[in-house]
Design a protein around this ligand. Structure first.
Ligand code: WT7
Length: 637
């Protein structure tokens, strides 16, 4: 496989970038010609950001799985598509060739059909990081069903909310999942969620942990039994459904500044082109390389850079079920050594946590196969960058700092490994086709260099969010209404003297905890569900490992009892309502919250207190009750 659109030098980057801005349609038409289409597009792009209404490759017909699987069979049929490393290093790994993967996807696609799933239906997937998760995702895409993958750390309530929002009638899950020394009872969580979702009529359950489960007659079926039925029927092939370029491919829920997560919708054509294009260029993938992205498929990073991007490029993608610190903190390095990994794409939070274990676990393994390192999810601090560079890359692996979002579908701002220069803690330059700008709070364009502002994008790229599922207006107000005719990212950003971009973090009420997005309003809603809570306010504060920690100020009805127990109770409530990832790191019981006379909570003050920046609080005399602030500071934890 060769990639005619691969950029190989700084000059080529400059030329591609210029062409992409001057003639975006010509540029993307040329990239898209390297893909497999059943029918070519009538128009490359039609768009307006007012509604918004964006159509890439209008009229084109395709199936993304033909690009990710079928078209590689002739040349790469016997090459590994997926290498799967289990949680427990003692268990056998699995190598799945392109031919095997194609076969398994077809079989399971037939299972879905046999169970009544049709094009356009929503299918919820709640599984651990097993190869069958990849198979389930691709099988949905094969028949044109819209997948909605939910991360295994979300609670029954979060699943129920997502199932209802998407009106998903089918769920695919596992009996349980392994994560380090823990076993998570996925099917039992699904059972709790389904109490609220009587419309779900089919649950397909894969055996992974042999955790006992209860199977509901008529609704719940076993993955293996269903595959056997398909084998008996001799239904081995499954022709790919012909999809329109703008048919939805998947929904992925993400948090925003309101209480309710939104279902980000990506479509078939543009997403396929952009994820593969960015994968090849940012990581400078060379056929034969082993690519290891440590994310979970439950997040966009896993969708785009474990599955669709790499498979679109005919790459070998390594899928890891476990966690970085179990059985010991050398787990990543052992995997790199064992499979001779060439590209390692991970998150700053993982690096920072591994740094704490010293160099012992690193030096026990040979990391000589590594060529490229990547970072994603949050700003990477200089210390973590240097540690990665010296101890993992041994000073010879370019590090790509990739900035993007669930809504952008693929990497937007990043250096290209070994092609454009890196600068620690900078995402650096936009990819071809990406037109970032900075605006002030009034929406005025900030020109020139050495400036800061709100990061917006001026022109659509192929994998831009199309809508928020079931509520297009929400998509408009969230992303396209703050600044007219611009896509607003929600991030603050600095542009240095040379035009390099450095993301400084969210400017809205969204937290980034260990690279995961969590809305403060969502956490507050969950805290407020606790019977003893009168009111709460949640802010972020700098956390050594997680990047941001969650600080909750809670007005509690009864603090006479045991405060620690009450804290535990509140944590439990958040865990039950959202999931363990949203548990506050600190809970401070307060007598009241700082409010303006009109009743608005002054989060800025609460943030400063959580950050221990008491001098920066400023004038509090206009508050409803200024004494509340002194009291909060006095009892700060
Ligand atoms: C937010 C998006 C994109 C996949 C993972 C997270 C932050 C992401 C970087 C980076 C600085 C980053 C931004 C962004 N972010 N990558 N390289 N440098 N910040 O996806 O959950 O949609 O979160 O993550 O704040 O808006 P997500």
């Amino acid at each position: 496989m060769s990639y005619p659109y691969q950029i190989r030098s700084q000059e080529e980057y400059k030329a591609a970038y210029e062409k992409s801005i001057k003639d975006p349609e010509g540029f993307w038409a040329s990239v898209a010609s390297s893909f497999l289409w059943r029918k070519r597009w009538e128009r490359v792009l039609e768009w307006n950001f007012e509604q918004p209404d964006v159509k890439w490759f209008k009229g084109a017909k395709l199936n993304i799985t033909e690009n990710c699987l079928d078209r590689h069979l002739g040349t790469l049929g016997n090459k590994p598509a997926i290498i799967w490393e289990p949680n427990d290093p003692e268990e056998h790994h699995r190598m799945i060739t392109y031919r095997d993967l194609h076969h398994k996807v077809c079989q399971f696609a037939n299972v879905l059909k046999n169970n009544g799933v049709k094009k356009g239906d929503r299918v919820c997937i709640y599984m651990g990081m097993v190869p069958e998760l990849a198979i389930a995702v691709l099988a949905c895409a094969r028949i044109g069903a819209i997948h909605s993958v939910i991360f295994g750390g979300f609670s029954a309530q979060s699943i129920a909310d997502r199932l209802k929002d998407a009106q998903a009638l089918t769920v695919i899950t596992c009996d349980g999942a392994y994560r380090g020394n823990k076993e998570i009872p996925l099917k039992s969580v699904i059972d709790d969620a389904l109490v609220q979702c009587p419309f779900v009529n089919k649950v397909i359950v894969l055996t992974r942990t042999h955790t006992p489960v209860s199977m509901l007659k008529g609704r719940d079926v076993w993955w293996d039994d269903e595959i056997r039925k398909i084998e008996t029927l001799g239904l081995n092939d499954c022709p790919a459904e012909e999809m329109d370029a703008e048919d939805p491919l998947f929904i992925l829920y993400t948090s925003g500044s309101t209480g309710k997560p939104k279902g980000v919708v990506h479509t078939c054509g543009g997403y396929m082109v952009y994820t593969t294009y960015s994968f090849v260029n940012v990581f400078q993938y060379t056929p034969g390389d082993i690519h290891f992205c440590t994310a979970d498929i439950g997040w966009i990073t896993g969708h785009s850079y474990i599955l669709y991007g790499p498979l679109g490029a005919g790459a070998t993608t390594l899928m890891f079920e476990g966690v970085p610190t179990w059985p010991d903190a050398g787990r990543f390095w052992q995997i790199v050594d064992e499979y001779k990994v060439n590209i390692l794409y991970t998150a700053p939070t993982a690096i920072r946590s591994l740094m704490g274990y010293g160099l012992g676990p690193v030096n026990a393994h040979n990391l000589g196969s590594l060529k490229v390192l990547g970072s994603v999810g949050e700003p990477i601090n200089e210390e973590a960058w240097q540690w990665l560079n010296e101890n993992i890359g041994k000073g010879k692996c370019p590090i790509v700092d990739t900035w993007w979002q669930t809504e952008t579908g693929g990497i937007m701002i990043s250096n290209m490994a070994g092609v454009t220069p890196a600068k620690p803690s900078y995402a650096t330059l936009p990819l071809p086709g990406i037109d970032p700008i900075l605006v002030d709070d009034a929406g005025k364009l900030i020109e020139g260099n050495d400036v800061s502002g709100n990061l917006c994008i001026r022109h659509p790229w192929p994998s831009i969010i199309r809508t928020t599922y079931g509520d297009h207006e929400r998509c408009r107000t969230n992303y396209f209404a703050t600044y007219p005719n611009l896509y607003f990212t929600g991030d603050g950003c600095y542009r240095d003297a040379n035009g390099n971009y450095r993301i400084t973090g969210r400017v809205d009420d969204v937290l980034n905890v260990s690279g995961h997005r969590i809305g403060t309003a969502e956490v507050e809603n969950a805290i407020n569900m606790h019977a003893g809570v009168i009111e709460s306010a949640v802010v972020g504060y700098p956390h050594d490992i997680k990047g941001q920690g969650i600080y909750a100020y809670v007005v509690f009805a009864n603090t006479h009892g045991n405060e620690n127990l009450s804290r535990q109770d509140i944590m439990q409530t958040v865990s039950r309502i959202i999931g363990p990832i949203a548990k506050p790191d600190k809970i401070q019981f307060v007598s009241g919250l700082p409010k303006t006379r009109s009743g608005k909570i002054m989060r800025r003050i609460l943030r400063k207190i959580a950050e221990n920046e008491f001098e920066a609080i400023g004038d509090t005399s206009t508050l409803l009750d200024p004494l509340v602030v002194d009291d909060i500071i006095k009892h700060k934890i």
